[in-house]
Design a protein around this ligand. Structure first.
Ligand SMILES: [Zn+2]
Ligand SMILES: [Zn+2]
Length: 184
């Protein structure tokens, strides 16, 4: 099999995790994981690891290659799936043989967040819809931040969550909306 990125480079089979075999490209460090290899490995995992949230100091940017890649196994076009969960990259998957291509640091990035054992779910409608919702939330968050300014928006959000969790939230809101709360 040839690397779908470097084209002429042959892939070498390596055990990237205990019991997980991938075909690696020594030039670009990409990995091809066949559906069978992934499923076999997943079956041997005793539990799905709990997802680890993104570190606050993380500033990961991974360049995405826009060119479509070709499946090294059956020459079909690989389809890009967004990972979401604040991970800014896509995973290429073959719709025919269900093999997956991971660029250089993608496997380790997934592993850092314990998402490597949920890779099969990322190709479902359910996961992709959640990615879209997450993007919408972020876009709206950006709009409000611009409207109010970062500092005020932070205060507003803090206040909102304080009010919403307050046992007298209805009364507090009524007080706020009343132009003259000290007058009958
Ligand atoms: Zn390569
Ligand atoms: Zn394929």
């Amino acid at each position: 099999m040839k690397c779908p990125v470097c084209k002429y480079e042959s892939l070498e089979t390596n055990e990237i995790e205990p019991d997980l075999f991938a075909d690696d490209c020594t030039k670009c460090n990409g990995k091809w994981i066949s559906s069978d290899n992934y499923e076999n490995w997943l079956e041997k995992q005793t539990a799905i690891l709990p997802e680890i949230p993104l570190r606050a100091d993380s500033d990961m940017t991974i360049p995405e290659f826009e060119l479509a890649r070709i499946c090294p196994n059956d020459k079909r076009i690989l389809i890009k799936y967004k990972v979401g969960r604040d991970l800014p990259f896509t995973i290429d998957r073959c719709g025919n043989c269900a093999g997956v291509w991971l660029d250089d640091t993608e496997w380790s990035s997934l592993k850092e967040r314990n998402l490597h054992d949920e890779m099969n779910k990322m190709f479902t409608d359910h996961w992709q819809e959640e990615v879209k919702r997450e993007e919408t939330r972020k876009a709206l968050d950006g709009i409000y931040q611009e409207k109010f300014g970062a500092d005020d928006y932070m205060k507003i959000k803090d206040f909102k969550s304080w009010v919403e969790n307050h046992e007298k939230s209805g009364e507090i809101m009524a007080y706020l909306k009343d132009k003259n709360p000290l007058q009958f």
